[in-house]
Design a protein around this ligand. Structure first.
Ligand code: WT7
Length: 682
């Protein structure tokens, strides 16, 4: 029993001084000191519960280490073995062709991605297994089996073909989180069209930018989707985006919310009419392993979104394998990843990863707080969700909303939890572990990016000892390291830049139509070594665990000391009054930069000077005087991207100039920024 996760060992020590290297390009550099006092105090260790480990795919740290060493000695063989678990219509000749920065995986091989996600489960006798347990925001329910999903996909693929959509054509998908969103993606994959999903919360302008960059020939959308009890008028946004567009010839419109829409003759077609009479069979043609599967736009920190390009064989191998091992896939699991298909998480861990494995999963259309913050836990209870995957921003929102919501629900079906998107503050981790996981479920804190296509750093839930706040260890075949400016690996607890030193199958194949930006963003910095630069600062502890300390762009520089944002923020979140925090640097005459902390309280009305002094001291005692914020600004909300990431760039601007003039198109709610600008004028 001593390995039970409930029996955490609590050894609180002052961790070593983390020396941060590789930031000489930052302004105000004090040549006397390249060091960063990164006094991490997080040493709680949670070993995998023995009953979990007993049935897990990888059952001990020793096994992980052995398999990892083998995989890293010969990643090509490792990945080739994994890829061979998929269905290939023609076997590959070469596992990897690497001409930096361009990788080709499984060269000469041919497959159909949708066949791997659908037909092969039906052929194996699992056609009646439920693929999607759908719940709409208004409460409507639908279960879709793999046979049905295959038939629906074939019908819609035939409808696309009938309108002249060909392999290689780009198709924009702008849909609510309904099963048809997955059908549209899989139908594109089936006929070799390249999908580009645009999150349903994005504006007409965002659609039109993406239409222009991708030169899409078709759009798949819906009349609307439900969000917080209201209809989001998707078709109306598409109409606006298409006003000056010349490339789109066909728009397919799913009827979901029954609101009135304008249909343009010849261009716009109702989904249900298009599939009427369409055949339920559509041959799964073979496409090259490197045939493009999708483009997904991700906002760079500097504005213009980058069209991240992923291809077929390698991407599917990555999504399939990581889902299987990291979520410890079991045939009877009910998986729920709360991400929208508009994000990479929705591509890899809603559509391709789970479906390549033949998993059953929940699709929920709406907001987490509709009608209240109990909605997710009601869904977990109703569908007996066993594996649940969400983001730290959601967890912090649940904490703020109060414990009564999860406490009123039976969450005993859960066996495994996951987190993605940002460093999870240890305090939020503990809450997730206790209130949602019942101190029974391992938590996989998964580090990856739109660019990496699949999870690269994560615990294996039956094997890896967990510490709140670290994504722990690299996945099989992934050569992750933390290096200094020269590309040399730094010592334990020294900070540096996170790089991946060898190609992996699900890596991006480029930025769509922008080779120069691809090379410059990810490869130029360590060109000679051929390392992929992730853009995150990190350190490894004495056990080899990776701690992400924040984006390199956000690193603070106080008196020549370089500090990541994550530790200071986590120290603030550890204070009982605080719900969420973001820290940024502000020009300071003496120190170069001072630290400004934007803090959202659990109870807004508690804001006062005494609390602000208390919070500053709290950080001082938790981390050290160097990290003590110069200023605390209480804020009702923090500016976030639509995927929930805090936009420190905007806070930095507010601190420096009082206003925001930079790009705000990815911002979720401009009111938050307006309020912050207002307070800084006061
Ligand atoms: C960036 C990538 C990958 C799916 C969602 C985000 C941050 C992501 C973690 C984690 C610490 C994380 C990194 C990364 N990030 N997961 N577990 N711990 N940071 O995809 O929008 O491409 O963002 O998100 O900074 O570089 P994305």
């Amino acid at each position: 029993m001593e390995s039970s996760i409930g029996m955490a060992t609590r050894i609180r020590t002052l961790a070593a001084l983390a020396v941060f290297k590789g930031f000489s390009t930052l302004p105000n550099r004090n040549p006397m000191s390249d060091t960063i006092e990164s006094l991490s105090t997080e040493n709680r260790v949670f070993s995998p519960p023995s009953n979990f480990a007993a049935t897990a795919r990888v059952q001990s740290l020793e096994d992980y280490k052995k398999l990892y060493a083998e995989s890293i000695a010969d990643p090509e063989s490792y990945w080739a073995e994994r890829a061979s678990e998929l269905t290939w219509q023609k076997p590959w000749e070469t596992v990897l062709e690497w001409k930096k920065p361009d990788a080709k995986w499984f060269v000469g091989g041919q497959l159909n991605v949708s066949e791997n996600c659908l037909d092969r489960h039906v052929a194996a006798g699992n056609g009646d297994k439920v693929a999607i347990l759908f719940e709409g925001e208004p409460g409507d329910k639908r279960a879709v089996t793999y046979s049905q999903l295959l038939a629906d996909t074939c019908k819609f693929a035939n409808a696309l073909k009938a309108r002249g959509i060909k392999p290689g054509d780009r198709v924009i998908i702008y849909m609510p989180m309904v099963p048809e969103a997955a059908v549209a993606m899989l139908a594109c994959a089936r006929i070799g069209a390249v999908h580009s999903v645009v999150f349903g919360g994005f504006s007409a302008q965002s659609i039109s930018d993406r239409l222009e960059d991708s030169e899409a020939v078709a759009v798949v959308t819906a009349d609307g989707g439900w969000r917080r009890g209201k209809v989001v008028e998707l078709k109306a946004s598409v109409d606006e985006a298409l006003e000056e567009n010349t490339t789109v010839k066909n728009v397919f419109v799913l009827k979901r919310t029954e609101n009135e829409v304008t249909m343009r003759n010849g261009r716009d077609h109702w989904w249900h009419e298009e599939i009427e009479g369409a055949s339920e069979e559509c041959p799964a043609l073979a496409f090259d392993s490197e045939h493009p599967l999708f483009i997904l736009y991700t906002s760079g920190s500097t504005g213009k979104p980058k069209g991240i390009l992923h291809t077929s064989g390698g991407y599917l191998t990555g999504a399939y394998t990581t889902y299987r091992y990291i979520f410890d896939y079991k045939d009877n699991d009910v998986f729920w990843c709360t991400a929208d298909v508009g994000w990479i998480t929705g591509h890899s861990y809603v559509v391709y990863g789970p479906m390549a494995n033949g998993a059953t999963q929940v699709f929920y259309e709406g907001a987490p707080n509709q009608p209240d913050f109990g909605r997710f836990w009601q869904i977990v209870e109703d569908y007996k969700v066993s594996v649940f995957y969400t983001a730290p921003t959601a967890i912090r929102a649940f904490i703020k909303a109060g414990d009564s919501f999860p406490e009123g629900r039976d969450l005993s079906s859960l066996r495994l939890l996951g987190s993605v998107g940002e460093p999870i503050n240890p305090e939020a981790w503990m809450w997730y572990h206790t209130k949602i996981g019942g101190e029974r479920c391992p938590i996989v804190d998964t580090w990856w990016q739109t660019e990496t296509g699949a999870i690269l750093i994560s615990p294996l839930p039956g094997a890896t000892p967990l510490k709140p706040g670290t994504a722990t260890l690299p996945f099989f075949g992934i050569d992750a390291a933390i290096v200094d400016e020269t590309g040399k690996e730094v010592a334990a607890n020294e900070g540096g830049k996170l790089v991946i030193r060898k190609p992996w199958p699900s890596m991006l194949r480029g930025i769509y139509r922008d080779e120069a930006r691809f090379k410059e963003t990810y490869w130029d910095e360590y060109w000679d070594q051929g390392f992929y630069l992730a853009g995150d600062g990190a350190r490894r502890d004495e056990d080899g665990n990776f701690w992400i300390v924040g984006r390199l762009d956000d690193v603070l520089n106080v008196s020549g000391h370089r500090l990541g944002t994550a530790e200071v923020e986590s120290a603030l979140v550890a204070h009982p009054a605080v719900a969420e925090a973001a820290v940024v640097g502000k020009p300071h005459e003496i120190k170069g930069q001072g630290i400004v902390a934007f803090v959202t309280l659990k109870t807004e009305s508690n804001a006062c000077d005494a609390l602000s002094a208390e919070l500053r001291n709290h950080v001082g005692t938790q981390i050290g005087a160097i990290a003590k914020p110069d200023e605390i600004r209480f804020a009702a909300g923090l500016p976030k991207t639509r995927s929930g990431k805090i936009m420190r760039r905007l806070l930095k601007e507010i601190c420096a100039s009082g206003t925001v003039s930079g790009d705000t198109t990815t911002l979720e709610d401009f009111n938050v920024v307006a309020a912050l600008q207002q307070t800084s004028e006061d």
